[in-house]
Write a protein that binds this ligand. Structure first.
Ligand SMILES: Nc1nc2c(ncn2[C@@H]2O[C@H](COP(=O)(O)OP(=O)(O)OP(=O)(O)O)[C@@H](O)[C@H]2O)c(=O)[nH]1
Ligand SMILES: [Mg+2]
Length: 308
């Protein structure tokens, strides 16, 4: 069952076997065995459930909404009590059957994020610091690449608007070929509506960082490169970055790009950026609502009454 309180599949690293109770055996004196109790396994929203057998994996469910559930294995039915085997000549039979063991399935769980905004950027640009500054998320922050190894989620509240941010970790050159951790997570970017492209203002060539990463996204899938992007240069609190602002502004504006200059560490410039992101998410939502096909509703025709 999908539960909005969960954000990752980490629990399943520890525990991989789940067993609901079997059906009990049927008994004497008309007793049927009890059915096995249900076992409910909670997973985060966006979990895709695949059933795996020797040769293939088949999608069983895409648990996108809170409370959405799927039965992956039917529990054992209780055994039949002796009364079930009664015949006219044998009123109190001694036969009863065992409870059934229940189905056994091998599942593959795959979490596809459902975030409104994906934070992309090279390692160490400050994605986790940004996420920590604007939400209650607490991803690890450190001065080395690949600190974040799993996508981290945070919820942002701007006035009445709420949206979900996801840090997409491990993107480097060649990510689309499987380098770094990026390949594993690029597919998560597919489900986001807007990208926040974070750049390190102290990097040698900030504009080229942006272009290279965008190329990487495009190589994975052209649709990723076409996603709405908001570009922000981070680490503005550093004086060396401050000093470069006029030059950077010029470089970006010659590309026709609006850029935000922020500091995730001091929160400088963040509120304006969050407002703009909220507007972009809003716009994307409206566009999505417009193209989404209305659900097909089946209305059976009333049966005409037979004429007398
Ligand atoms: N001066 C300054 N340092 C920052 C800022 N934001 C992040 N940092 C530092 O940059 C380093 C990397 O920050 P993270 O937030 O871990 O970067 P990340 O992009 O999440 O890195 P990975 O998860 O490894 O890809 C840390 O040492 C942070 O303290 C900022 O606005 N100003
Ligand atoms: Mg990080």
């Amino acid at each position: 069952m999908a539960d909005k309180g969960l954000t990752d599949l980490n629990d399943f690293r520890q525990r991989r076997q789940f067993r609901a109770a079997s059906g009990e055996r049927g008994g004497k004196q008309k007793k049927h065995g009890a059915d096995g109790d249900d076992l409910e396994i909670l997973v985060p929203l966006g979990t895709m459930v695949f059933v795996k057998d020797d040769s293939q994996e088949a999608l069983l469910a895409d648990l996108k909404e809170h409370g959405r559930r799927v039965v992956v294995a039917k529990g054992g039915k209780g055994g039949l009590g002796n009364v079930h085997f009664a015949t006219p000549s044998k009123q109190i039979p001694k036969t009863a059957t065992k409870g059934e063991p229940g189905e056994r399935k091998c599942l593959v769980l795959d979490l596809k994020l459902i975030a409104d905004v994906g934070i992309v950027g090279y390692p160490n640009v400050g994605k986790s610091t940004f996420l920590t500054a604007v939400s209650h998320a607490k991803p690890k922050i450190a001065d080395y690449a690949f600190t974040t190894r799993e996508p981290a989620l945070g919820v942002v509240e701007v006035g009445m608007k709420i949206y979900v941010l996801a840090e997409i970790p491990g993107l480097i050159d060649g990510a689309h070929l499987g380098k770094g951790l990026g390949h594993e997570f690029l597919r998560h970017v597919e489900r986001t509506k807007v990208l926040l492209h974070l750049l390190d203002g102290s990097s040698e060539d900030v504009v080229s960082d942006m272009n290279k990463l965008n190329k990487e996204l495009a190589l994975y899938k052209t649709s990723l490169a076409e996603k709405r992007q908001l570009v922000a240069v981070n680490k503005m609190d550093l004086s060396e970055v401050q000093a470069r602002v006029p030059q950077l502004r010029e470089e970006f504006s010659s590309l026709g790009l609006r850029v935000f200059f922020v500091s995730a560490a001091t929160k400088q410039g963040l509120s304006e950026l969050l407002d703009t992101l909220a507007e972009m998410v809003d716009k994307a939502n409206k566009e999505l609502a417009a193209v989404e096909t209305p659900e097909f509703v089946f209305r059976p025709k009333p049966k005409s009454r037979p004429k007398r």
